[in-house]
Structures are given as structure tokens and as C-alpha cells.
Design a protein around this ligand. Structure first.
Ligand code: GRG
Ligand code: ZN
Length: 333
């Protein structure tokens, strides 16, 4: 490899192609999402059964943010999500799959986006499932496999908040565990001693916000670590020396919004990167310009643009990643 080639390899950023889209192509994304969820025979659909309920939340939320929720087959989706519920009170990704906190939160979010009432008995059972995941040290496992991760703390606290059962969990211990994952650089990791990662910062800052404990951290220090995620291209990475990816537009920007520091990011450059991740032919957003679009990067790309106040989109809540409309215009910030 030439010296110039080596330099290019070491440079952790991308060039935005001159032909990239420069504004939001909202309608083509609604078509992309609608088609994705309707085509049950596609390779992508069949291969993603293990994350189906999360996928449903990404699609339904993208449509709600795009003011196109009525285009989704609400009854069919609600019935499907309900069949994913297990006798332990949690939800799996598909019928007959074990419960997992990631899918339990996504199931609750999906039902609430459609305006479904979760009755008191169901809420109690969900809360008891979530409680069963909390460990002695305050941390949470995601399922019976027993892995501990700050993602599962955020999902557990968010689920119990959304079903109005916040005191089911040991909040003090949950926060003590989160604070053991707070690093001196201002970021948070998956577990005590783990490297700071923007996804985990979102989970930990979100957990502190849900429990009203943001005063535990130095907001400016965390916001500075987040602001350093912005690359020359305008895109954001998840940690130092990594490539930018459009989903970090959400994880980083939402964290900054929760911290009241959105202005730490160069909005113009960032929007340029987000717009460039759109596929103007198939619709949808990819992680980076020119890659293959998928519902995960589509919802988080759209949600980030909503945080910047795009008027063609519904306003999003930075903690729960749902429209303020579906949360009843309530925010706990
Ligand atoms: C949306 C309310 C709500 C809750 C969700 C599960 C969760 C809570 C958040 C996940 C946050 C997270 C960890 C995001 C990162 C996702 C991602 C792109 C992981 C890839 O990690 P690496 O190490 O990628 O493969 P990098 O970018 O570091 O190379
Ligand atoms: Zn990504």
C-alpha cells in the first residue's frame, strides 16, 4: 500500500459523494418502510425473525415520526405483538421465542404508539418480569442468558416508566450501578471499567433522566465527550477512531438534548451527513452514504432530524424515542 493509501486507511471518516441527497426525502422513506413490513416473503424479513418486535417498533416509530402512521396495518401489528408475550410477563421477538427486555420495551412502545391501553393486570405482569431481571448490585440482565449491560438498565427503567410502574425496581441501586459505569472521560460503558461508547452514554444519560438523577454527572464533561464524536464529514461516530454512522446521530444527539447541550454539535454539517445517508432510489437510510438502507438506520436518521426541529416531522421525545404526540405530549425533562 502506498503512503497516501495508508493515510487514507488510517483516516476514520468518509467523503460525502457530491451527488448525495441534500434534503429529507420523506415520502420515499414511508414507501420503503411500508413495503418492508408488508413483504413477509422477502429474504430480509425472514432472516430477521430473531429481532422482529424491535423491527416492528423501528418501522412503526419511523411512520409515526413521518406523520404516516395511518398507512400501517395497526390491528394486524397489535395482534402480532400481543402473541409475542410469554407467561413470564415479558415479550420475545416473535411468538414462541424467550422474553428479552429489548423486545419487551419495543412491544410496549409499539402498543402505546398505536394508542393501545395496557391494562392494569398486564402492566403488573410486565413489571414483575422486568423486576426479575434486576441483580443484587442494581444492574440488569437482558434475559435468561444473564448478560449484564447498561442497555438493559435503560430498557428496564423506560419500560416501567411507560407502564406507570416506576417503583417496581430498586432505583437507588440501579443508579449506583450506572454511576459505576461512568468513566473519567465523561462517557459511559456497558459495565464498570468498560470503554465509553455513545450508545451506552444514551442509555446511562437516559436512565439518569428517567429517574430524575442527572445531577449525578458533570453535564459539560459528558457533552464534550459527545461533541468529539463529530467527524470532519459532519457524521458522528460511537467512539474515538471509528467511522461515522447515521444511527449515532440519534444516540449522540438525543443524549445532548437530554443534557440541554444540543448546540455543542455543528447542525449544518451533521444534517449534510444524515441527508447523504438516504437512498434516493429504494428509500430508507443506510449507516453511511452508499451502503444498503435498513429500518434501524431509517428510524434513527429520521428521529435525529426531528430533534433538530424539522417541521415536516412529528417532534420526538429524546428519552423514549417516540413522538411527543404518542406520549401524550408529556416529557419528563
Ligand atoms: C430507543 C428508548 C430506546 C431505548 C433503546 C438498546 C438501547 C436502548 C440502546 C442501544 C444503544 C447502543 C448500544 C447503540 C449502538 C448500536 C451500534 C451501532 C453498535 C455497534 O457497535 P460497534 O462496536 O460499532 O460494532 P462501532 O460504531 O463502535 O464500530
Ligand atoms: Zn448504525
Amino acid at each position: 500500500m502506498s503512503f497516501a493509501g495508508l493515510l487514507d486507511f488510517a483516516r476514520k471518516d468518509i467523503d460525502i459523494p457530491a451527488s448525495s441527497p441534500r434534503n429529507l426525502l420523506k415520502d420515499v422513506h414511508s414507501q420503503f418502510i411500508h413495503q418492508y413490513q408488508a413483504d413477509h416473503n422477502s429474504y430480509m424479513y425472514i432472516m430477521s425473525e430473531h429481532l422482529r418486535v424491535s423491527g416492528i417498533y423501528w418501522c412503526v416509530n419511523a411512520m409515526d415520526l413521518s406523520k404516516d402512521l395511518e398507512k400501517m396495518p395497526s390491528q394486524e401489528i397489535i395482534e402480532y405483538v400481543k402473541t409475542c408475550r410469554n407467561s413470564d410477563g415479558g415479550y420475545g421477538p416473535a411468538p414462541g421465542h424467550d422474553s428479552h427486555i429489548l423486545h419487551t420495551l419495543c412491544a410496549v412502545q409499539t402498543l402505546l404508539i398505536f394508542g393501545e391501553t395496557i391494562d392494569s393486570e398486564t402492566s403488573n405482569e410486565i413489571a414483575s418480569y422486568v423486576k426479575s431481571l434486576q441483580q443484587e448490585d442494581g444492574s440488569f440482565v437482558g434475559d435468561i442468558a444473564g448478560e449484564i449491560d447498561t442497555r438493559f438498565t435503560m430498557c428496564s427503567l423506560a419500560t416501567c416508566h411507560l407502564i406507570n410502574r416506576p417503583n417496581t425496581l430498586n432505583i437507588q441501586k440501579a443508579i449506583e450501578f450506572i454511576m459505576r459505569c461512568y468513566n473519567t472521560d465523561g462517557g459511559f460503558g456497558t459495565r464498570p471499567g468498560s470503554e465509553s461508547h455513545a450508545g451506552q452514554v444514551y442509555c446511562c444519560v437516559g436512565s439518569l433522566a428517567i429517574t430524575g438523577r442527572l445531577e449525578e454527572i458533570n453535564r459539560d464533561r459528558t457533552a464534550e465527550w459527545l461533541a468529539f464524536r463529530q467527524c470532519e464529514s459532519g457524521g458522528l461516530n460511537g467512539r474515538p477512531e471509528k467511522l461515522p454512522d447515521v444511527c449515532y446521530s440519534w444516540w449522540v444527539l438525543a443524549s445532548l438534548a437530554i443534557l440541554g447541550r444540543l448546540d455543542f454539535i455543528d447542525e449544518k454539517k451533521m444534517k449534510r451527513f444524515i441527508f447523504a445517508c438516504q437512498d434516493d432510489e429504494t428509500g430508507g437510510f443506510a449507516d453511511r452514504p452508499g451502503d444498503c438502507a435498513d429500518p434501524f438506520h431509517t428510524v434513527f436518521g429520521i428521529a435525529a432530524l426531528s430533534l433538530f426541529g424539522d417541521e415536516t416531522l412529528e417532534p420526538v421525545d429524546p428519552i423514549f424515542c417516540m413522538t411527543k404526540r404518542s406520549l401524550g405530549k408529556l416529557s419528563i425533562l
